[in-house]
Design a binder for this molecule. Structure first.
Ligand code: ZN
Ligand code: ZN
Length: 335
């Protein structure tokens, strides 16, 4: 009986810690290497907000729709997809261009509205993926663990929740970024609240649009964010399964026109795995890379600078075998 009580007590304790980590991802001082060494296991309490995000889409049956609400969902999808690819991925994870500290913070806030956790966690997991892509160590390889694990399973596992700050030291030195990473539900909550309030005012001042608070919350937040998650995730899953391989990288990364369209350029994943420090992922004019075009426009405003170009070698050595460890390769000077 005492043993059973102890078990229940331990479970409750773990559940409470998981619950606290909804708000403070670094809550409790568990040893990181011990967590990472554990086998994969779904952390149910921790995953609940992610489940609720999906269930929130069903609110459409109560809230209905309007062109304005659907347009908001599309707009929020596009702007946040750009924030994920242009900032979380090409800036924070790979540092493919430079910017000021203030703009960096703004980019991190924009990225955080995508509800894909904090910029340091995202970058840490992504750098880990490049180091070990499609090896046993890779936490989201469809070739090692299957499609569903790479697409969605890996983010539900307790061992993948913490951020290994030692792998993102270049970002840890900014306390404002660490704050956003640690309290990673603050920005999504404020984003959802803003949509809800905006829905109220739009409905009041422009009644002919037929918009309500709930409608803008369901479309602009729940539906848009859920679709955004699955589109982003398709790069972890499908971009290592479907498409062409221009470069014989050590992983199974692929280039896909369709994935590049829905992810604003991330579908040129084989290009990216071969030359990950290039700000541009579509290497030819027909390889549509909208995030790169937008970054280029931002560079004209002076907000960002030093966009790292596609290395000349990318056009010359298409048949060469690369090793991902020397992948940052060389860049032609001054171009
Ligand atoms: Zn990859
Ligand atoms: Zn990358």
């Amino acid at each position: 009986m005492t043993h059973a009580n102890n078990n229940v007590g331990a479970r409750l304790g773990r559940g409470m810690v998981s619950l606290m980590r909804w708000f403070d991802t670094d809550y409790g001082n568990e040893d990181l290497s011990a967590i990472r060494a554990k086998p994969d296991k779904v952390e149910f309490v921790r995953v609940l907000p992610f489940v609720l995000l999906h269930l929130g889409c069903l609110g459409v049956f109560l809230a209905g729709w309007s062109w304005f609400a659907v347009g908001t969902a599309v707009f929020m999808y596009l702007i946040r997809m750009f924030a994920i690819t242009g900032f979380y991925h090409r800036y924070f994870s790979h540092k493919t261009f430079h910017t000021s500290r203030a703009a960096q913070f703004l980019f991190a806030v924009l990225g955080a509205t995508a509800v894909q956790r904090g910029p340091l966690w995202w970058s840490y997991q992504h750098r880990h993926h490049h180091k070990h892509s499609d090896e046993e160590e890779d936490v989201h390889s469809p070739n090692v663990r299957g499609f569903w694990w790479s697409h969605i399973g890996w983010i539900t596992s307790g061992r993948n929740f913490p951020t290994d700050y030692s792998q993102v030291r270049d970002l840890v030195k900014y306390p404002e970024l660490v704050f956003l990473n640690r309290f990673d539900s603050v920005v999504p909550f404020l984003f959802a609240l803003t949509l809800f309030i905006a829905g109220h005012y739009v409905g009041e001042y422009f009644p002919s649009l037929g918009v309500t608070s709930w409608q803008l919350l369901v479309w602009g937040f729940f539906i848009s964010t859920t679709v955004l998650f699955h589109a982003t995730s398709s790069i972890n899953s499908l971009a290592h399964l479907l498409g062409k391989r221009r470069y014989r990288t050590e992983d199974n990364s692929r280039n896909s026109f369709a994935l590049a369209l829905i992810t604003l350029g991330e579908g040129w994943h084989n290009n990216h795995h071969r030359y990950m420090s290039s700000a541009r992922q579509g290497f030819y004019w027909w390889e549509i890379d909208i995030s790169y075009y937008l970054l280029k426009v931002l560079s004209w405003t002076g907000l960002i600078w030093n966009l790292k170009p596609v290395p000349l070698a990318a056009y010359e050595n298409q048949r060469s075998i690369s090793t991902r460890r020397n992948i940052s390769a060389t860049h032609p000077p001054g171009s």
